[in-house]
Design a protein around this ligand. Structure first.
Ligand code: PEP
Length: 262
C-alpha cells in the first residue's frame, strides 16, 4: 500500500498569527477526522516552529520552502538544514521554479541541498518542471530528466525512500498558470519514474512518491488523482485558506479511498 500525499506551500504568505490560526484549525479538524492521506504544509520560516509545535501530535508533516546547503557558517540571512530540523521541520521543499527563476537556484545547487537535507534527516521535496518554451520545442521530457538526474546525483540507494519529487511545470504554476492536463501529468510522471528506475531500479522507483503541482484546485484534483503514476498533489493558492485545504483533504480522501498500488 502506497501513501497518497497532499500538501500545500504557502510561499511568502501568512504571518505568524495567520499561520498559527490555520494550524490550530487544521489540528482541530484532524483530531475529529484522522486523515487517510499523508498531509504536509510548508509555512514561511518565521512560523515554522510554532506551526510544527501545534501539529506535533498530528500526522501532518511540517516543512520549509528552502534552505542553505551548508550546515552552518557565515551565510547571513540563510537557514540551514540542522536549524530547520531543530524547529520541528520534517521536510524541505527544494528547487521550486520561483527559486530557480528569482534566486539563482540551479540543478547543481538543488543537488547539494538534497544531500544536505538528507544528512540532516529532512525529507527533500524536490520540484522539477519545464518552462513553456521547452514544451513547445518538444524537449520537456529531456529537461525534466536532466533535472531529476542531477537532483538525485550521489543520493545513496538507501536514502531514496526519504525523497519526494514534485512535477511542477513552470507554465502551470501561479496566477497566470494553466493547469497541466491529467494526461500530460501522467506522461511526465512516467518519464520521471523511468529516469529514477534507470538509476535505482524499477522496484525502488515504484515506491518513490511523485506529486503534481500547478494550479491544482477542487475542480481538477479528482481527475489528476485517478491517473496512473500520480501519487499526490502539491497545492498552492487553492489551499491557502484552511477551510479550502480541509475540503481538499476530504475530496482527495474520497477519490483515493482503498487505493492500492502495485
Ligand atoms: C506552486 O507554486 O508550487 C503551486 C503549486 O502553486 P499554485 O497551486 O498556486 O499554482
Amino acid at each position: 500500500m502506497k501513501q497518497v500525499w497532499l500538501g500545500t506551500g504557502w510561499k511568502m504568505n501568512h504571518g505568524t498569527r495567520e499561520s498559527v490560526s490555520y494550524a490550530r484549525e487544521l489540528a482541530g479538524y484532524l483530531a475529529q477526522q484522522p486523515p487517510t492521506v499523508q498531509l504536509f504544509i510548508l509555512p514561511p520560516f518565521t512560523a515554522l516552529a510554532q506551526v510544527a509545535e501545534i501539529l506535533r501530535e498530528s500526522p501532518v508533516l511540517v516543512g520549509a520552502q528552502n534552505m542553505h546547503e551548508a550546515s552552518r557558517g557565515a551565510f547571513t540571512g540563510e537557514i540551514s538544514a540542522p536549524i530547520l530540523h531543530e524547529c520541528g521541520a520534517a521536510l524541505v521543499e527544494l528547487g521550486h521554479s520561483e527559486r530557480r527563476e528569482h534566486f539563482g537556484e540551479t540543478d547543481y545547487t538543488v543537488n547539494t541541498k538534497v544531500l544536505a537535507a538528507l544528512q540532516a534527516t529532512l525529507i527533500p521535496l524536490v520540484c522539477v518542471g519545464e518552462p513553456k518554451i521547452e514544451r513547445e520545442f518538444g524537449v520537456a521530457a529531456d529537461w525534466v530528466r536532466r533535472q531529476v538526474k542531477i537532483a538525485l546525483y550521489n543520493v545513496p540507494t538507501v536514502q531514496l525512500e526519504h525523497v519526494i519529487l514534485a512535477y511542477e511545470p513552470v507554465w502551470a504554476i501561479g496566477e497566470s498558470g494553466t493547469p497541466a492536463t491529467p494526461k500530460q501529468v501522467s506522461q511526465m510522471h512516467g518519464v520521471i519514474r523511468g529516469t529514477v528506475a534507470e538509476i535505482y531500479g524499477s522496484e525502488l522507483a515504484q515506491e518513490l512518491p511523485i506529486l503534481y503541482g500547478g494550479s491544482v484546485n477542487h475542480l481538477n484534483a479528482a481527475s489528476l488523482l485517478t491517473q496512473p503514476d500520480i501519487d499526490g498533489l502539491f497545492v498552492g493558492r487553492a489551499a491557502w485558506r484552511v477551510t479550502d485545504f480541509i475540503q481538499l483533504i476530504a475530496l482527495v480522501e474520497r477519490v483515493t479511498v482503498g487505493r492500492v498500488y502495485v
